[in-house]
Design a protein around this ligand. Structure first.
Ligand SMILES: Cc1ncc(COP(=O)(O)O)c(C=O)c1O
Length: 397
C-alpha cells in the first residue's frame, strides 16, 4: 500500500505544513533509509541525532529481543530493583569518571529538561530559570517557557513565570544570572540556532558565573551527546563540569528514553521528595529502552566509534565547497551547511531529497542544512554523500 503525504496527514496530526521531503519510509539500516519504491536515501539527519550508531543496529535489536521475553514494564516507584536501570546508571557514571553519582530516567528530552529544572528549583529553593536565546529544549510547557522567540511562545501564554533568556556567547549577558536564579539551561553547541559553537571560553565563564551566584548549570546534551562531537558528551570538549546533564535521543539506540544526571547532593533534593511532588514517570527508564540504551552505549565505546568522528566531520567542512555554500560549520559530525541564499532552503532540501539525501533545516535558522549522519558512516560513504549534495546544489544554482 502506498501512503501519500495527504493520506497520512488525514489521520495523523503533525505540526506545520507538509514537509517538502516526506518519505514513505519502509525500512532503515545503518546510514540508509528506503522508501516504498525501494529508493535508497542517506540519512544526514540521523532522526535529529538519534541514530548515532546507525539505524537498526543488530546488537540493539538483539538486546531488545532478549529483554522483551523477561519483562516489559515494571512498577517504577521504588517497588522493584530495576536491573537494566541499575546497570546503565553504573556504566554511565563510570564513563563520567564518577564525577556524577545518579541519573533519573525519563522517556524523552523534554521530560529530562522538565525534571532537571524541577530538581534545580528544589535544590536552590529559587524561582528563576534562565535559558539561551534561540534554543529549543522540547515541547512541554516548561521547555516551551525556555524559548525566547515570541513567535513560538505567544499562543501558549501564560508560560511558567520567571523564565528569561540571555544571548549565547555574550559575556556581558552573564550578569543577568543572579542570586535569584535557580538554574541556567544551555545547549553545549546551539543546535536549532544553526550549529553555533561556544566561543572563547564562553562555557567556562558561564559555569563560573553560575558558581558565583549559586545557580545550577544544566547542559542540554540531547542532540550533542553520545559521541556526536567526538566525545561522549560535547561539554567534555570545553573543560567544564555542568551540575546537571540532560540526555535523550541517541541514548536509546532508536528507542524512547531520556535522563538527567547529577551529583548525589543535587539529586538528593529529588530523592527526598514524595514521588508525586518530586518527579515521576510511569514508563521512564523502560526495561526495553534501557536494554537498547545499554547495547547502544556498548557499541559506541567498544567499537571505538567516537575515535574518528572529528576527522570525518572535517572532511565535510573541507570538501563541501560550492557557490551556494557560504560555510560549513560545526564540530565532529554535528555540522550544518550555511546557504549563501537562505531563502533557497526548500529548493535545496528537495534537490537533496531527489539525489537520495535526507537533510533538514534548523528551527531558528532556515538557511542552514543539517550534516549530522550516523557516526558509523564510512569514509567512502562520506565521499558519496558529498558528491550527492554538491550535485543537488548544482541543480538549484
Ligand atoms: C536540543 C534539544 N533539546 C531537547 C529536545 C526535546 O527532546 P524530545 O523531542 O525527546 O522531547 C530536543 C528535540 O529535538 C532538542 O533538539
Amino acid at each position: 500500500m502506498i501512503i501519500t503525504p495527504d493520506e497520512f496527514r488525514k489521520y495523523v496530526a503533525q505540526v506545520g505544513e507538509i514537509d517538502p521531503i516526506m518519505v514513505d519510509a519502509r525500512r532503515a539500516e545503518g546510514i540508509y533509509v528506503w522508501d516504498s519504491e525501494d529508493k535508497q536515501y542517506i540519512d544526514m539527519l540521523s532522526g535529529i541525532c538519534v541514530a548515532n550508531i546507525g539505524h537498526n543496529h543488530p546488537k540493539v535489536l538483539k538486546a531488545i529481543r532478549s529483554q522483551m521475553y523477561k519483562s516489559l514494564h515494571l512498577m517504577v516507584y521504588g517497588e522493584f530493583i530495576q536491573r537494566q536501570q541499575y546497570l546503565y546508571a553504573r556504566k554511565i557514571m563510570g564513563l563520567l569518571e564518577n564525577k556524577y553519582q545518579q541519573i533519573f530516567f525519563v522517556n524523552s528530552g523534554s521530560e529530562a529538561i522538565e525534571g532537571a529544572i524541577k530538581t534545580a528549583k528544589l535544590y536552590t529553593k529559587r524561582p528563576e530559570v534562565i535559558s539561551m536565546k534561540n534554543s529549543y529544549h522540547g515541547s512541554t510547557m516548561g521547555a516551551v517557557s525556555l524559548m525566547s522567540d515570541e513567535k513560538f511562545t505567544a499562543p501558549f501564554r501564560p508560560l511558567i513565570p520567571m523564565c528569561s533568556s540571555i544571548e549565547f556567547n555574550n559575556v556581558e549577558d552573564l550578569q543577568k544570572i543572579t542570586q535569584q536564579t535557580a538554574c541556567v539551561v544551555s545547549e553545549t553547541i546551539q543546535a536549532g540556532a544553526g550549529v553555533i559553537l561556544p566561543e572563547n571560553d564562553y562555557l567556562k565563564k558561564l559555569q563560573q558565573r553560575c558558581k558565583e551566584v549559586g545557580a545550577l548549570l544544566i547542559m542540554d546534551e540531547i542532540q550533542t551527546g553520545f559521541g556526536r562531537t567526538g566525545k561522549l558528551f560535547a561539554f567534555q570538549n570545553y573543560d567544564i563540569l555542568p551540575d546537571i546533564i540532560c540526555i535523550a535521543k541517541s541514548m536509546g539506540g532508536g528507542m524512547p528514553i531520556g535522563g538527567f544526571i547529577g551529583k548525589k547532593k543535587v539529586m538528593d533534593s529529588l530523592n527526598n521528595h514524595h514521588p508525586l511532588i518530586g518527579h515521576a514517570s510511569t514508563f521512564g527508564g523502560h526495561p526495553l529502552s534501557l536494554a537498547a540504551a545499554r547495547a547502544s552505549l556498548k557499541v559506541l565505546i567498544k567499537e571505538n566509534i567516537m575515535e574518528d568522528v572529528e576527522k570525518k566531520g572535517e572532511i565535510y567542512r573541507q570538501k563541501l565547497v560550492h557557490p551556494q555554500i557560504k560555510e560549513v560549520r560545526g564540530k565532529g559530525l554535528f555540522n550544518c551547511i550555511v546557504l549563501n541564499e537562505p531563502k533557497k532552503w526548500k529548493e535545496a532540501l528537495i534537490s537533496c531529497f531527489e539525489e537520495g539525501i535526507i537533510t533538514g533545516t534548523h528551527l531558528f535558522n532556515e538557511g542552514c542544512l543539517s550534516i549530522k549522519p550516523p557516526l558509523t558512516i564510512t569514509y567512502q560513504e562520506i565521499d558519496l554523500s558529498i558528491e550527492k549534495i554538491l550535485k543537488a546544489l548544482n541543480k538549484i544554482s
